[in-house]
Design a protein around this ligand. Sequence first.
Ligand code: TYM
Length: 349
Amino acid sequence: MAAFQERVFSGVQPTGNLHLGNYLGAIKRFVELQDRYECIYCVVDLHAITQPVSVWGGPKELASNIREVTAAFIACGIDPKAHIVFNQSQVHEHAELAWIFNCIARMGWLNRMTQFKEKAGKDRENASVGLYAYPCLMAADILAYRATHVPVGEDQKQHLELTRDIAQKFNNDFAERIAELGYTDGFFPLTEPLISGPATRVMSLRDGTKKMSKSDPSDYSRINLTDDADAIAQKFRKAKTDPHPLPADEKELEKRPEAENLVGIYAALADKTPADVLREFGGAQFSTFKNALVDLSVAKLGPIGGEMKRLAQDPGYIDGVLADGAGRAQVIAAPVLQAVKDIVGFVRR
Ligand code: TYM
């Protein structure tokens, strides 16, 4: 069997408050890739429960957040008929492959994961075992489809490197058996991360050195996808800036994190580069630039928020999309898992 079929996979956690970072760093890119690749987009509900219940809100909130992320995918322009949209827990192959990867990944690898350190905080003894093993489940998500490309924001880079390490170690540990079964390029592809563009790391509107995040206690730190025009305007107008006009030169921007963030957001929303934006606004006061940013954001995000609200009225439709997607995902994942079991040496029925 020769080279791997090109396939995109990515996931978003249903932990509430989808924000502009999720949109520009991930979902907008998911939409763009649909023309070129076969795409699989997953609402990773098994990942959501790695955090304490207080973070994901409990069973009713989880179900409603799963539907909300699905609605966001569709509202942003993902076509669930041409591609696959589903929630992770409906395809048990993810959890099963993750167990096998728990036995491939080394403690030393997981000990280096910065996201675990951030999320576990000081009280590491009290973090769930699931939070620690999180990257193995993420590798399973991707490799259950032998996906070749994964669009994500910058914060997921280390997890994707681990996914490649797991794929490589599996290919090496079972090299002989894999070749015997006729796979000439190893069994798993070494997945390529797709991290590019001006908004791979959207920062908090309150502090240009902190990532925009669902868990920031201040709602003014982020633009939520469901924010209305007034909220968007208010949040950008209150966004932290420095006292100088916008520079004309990109080099200058690097020293001014808040300005760099707002210019990056504008560029990503307008499908331009930061240099284009500076050509237009270099020398302008922030008040002028913020007005343009508000207008652009409302024009781009308003219809998405509106469509999400409309879809929220129709949970039956959303559940149908997820069930249909899960069925089609399983058609791909089940034979991959069976081949993995054959490679490892488990006896079949
Ligand atoms: P999650 O749910 O935290 O975030 C979803 C996507 O949004 C991106 N993102 C950002 N991009 C730019 N700026 C920001 N401030 C920002 N905040 C979030 C994330 O990089 C991500 O692409 N572990 C993943 C979910 C996952 C996954 C997977 C991703 C599970 N399995 C398999 C890819 C492939 C996560 O927690 O994303």
